[in-house]
Design a protein around this ligand. Sequence first.
Ligand code: ATR
Length: 285
Amino acid sequence: MKKNAGVMGFPIAHSLSPRLHGYWIKKYGLDADYLAREVRPENLKDTLRRLPQECLSEGSVFCGTNLTIPLKEAAMDIVDIVEEAAQKIGAVNTVVVNEEGQLIGRNTDGLGFQDSLAEHVDIKTFHNKTALVLGAGGAARAIVFACLMMGFRRILLTNRTRQRAIDLAQDMKSEKIDVIQWEERAAFCKEADLLVNTTSLGMTGQDPLELNLDRLKNGCVVTDIVYVPLETDLLRQAREKGYRTVDGLGMLLHQAKAGFEAWFGIKPEVDAALRDYVLQGLNKK
Ligand code: ATR
C-alpha cells in the first residue's frame, strides 16, 4: 500500500521539505509520496481530522504530515496526543497517524538542532556548561529545550522583547534559564560555551545581528538557525576568529529524520549529497 505524507503551511511554496523527503523516498526506493499542501489556519482542524480516512479510500495510507508556519501552535489543540517535547516547546511540527487512526503531535526541532550540533561537536562536552541563546520565538523554544536535554548547567536567554524570554523560561519550568538584558548580550559572550542565534536577524533581507564577539569565550561553538545566507555574518566572524561554527541548514535536515522514520519505517541518513541537493533547491528559490 502506498504511503503518503507531506507538509502543510500558509504559504507553502517556499518549503524545502518536499525536496528533502523526495530525495530520501527515491534513495530508499519507497512507494511513497510527500506533497506540499497550502492550508489556511482556519482550515487546519478539518484538514488534519480528514487525513486518515481521505487517503485510505484512495487505496493508499496517510501516515502523517509536517507542519510549518503558521500552523505549528494551532495544531496543539487539534491532535489527539501531544508528546512531551511538543508540549514543552508549545508547537507541533510533525504529526504521525498511529494504528488506531489517532493523530500524534510531535516536535522534532530540538532533536534536529542537537543532531546537527553532534555532526560537528561531541555534545557530551556540553554537560554542565553554559549556553547563550539569542531570541525567544518559536525556534528559541525548541533550542532551549534541546539545551536542557543536552545537560547544560545554565542557559542565558536574551530577547529584544524581554517579556517573551521570561515567558519562555517559565514555560520550560527550569531554574537553569537566566534571562539577561538584550543590551548585555555581548558582555555575556565571555561565559558562553555555545552561542545560538535563533532570531531572524542576519537573514537575507532582514536587519543585521549586531554582536561583538571580541569577548567570546575560548572554545565556544557558534551556531545560527538562519540558513539564508548559509554562512551568516555571525558565523563568518566567528570562523575568522577561529571558533567552530555550525550552520542552520543542518537543523532543517536533521529535524526531518524522525518524521520520515515514523511514517515510512526507515531511518534516513543526512549526508553531504543530501545537503548539496537541498542547497541547490534553496538557490533556485
Ligand atoms: P520563529 O518562530 O522563527 O522563532 P518568531 O516567533 O517571529 O519566529 O521570533 C523571531 C525572533 O527574532 C524573536 O526573538 C524576535 O524578537 P522579539 O520577540 O523582540 O520580536 C527576534 N527579532 C526579529 N527581529 C528583530 C530585531 N530587529 N531585533 C531584535 N530581535 C528581533
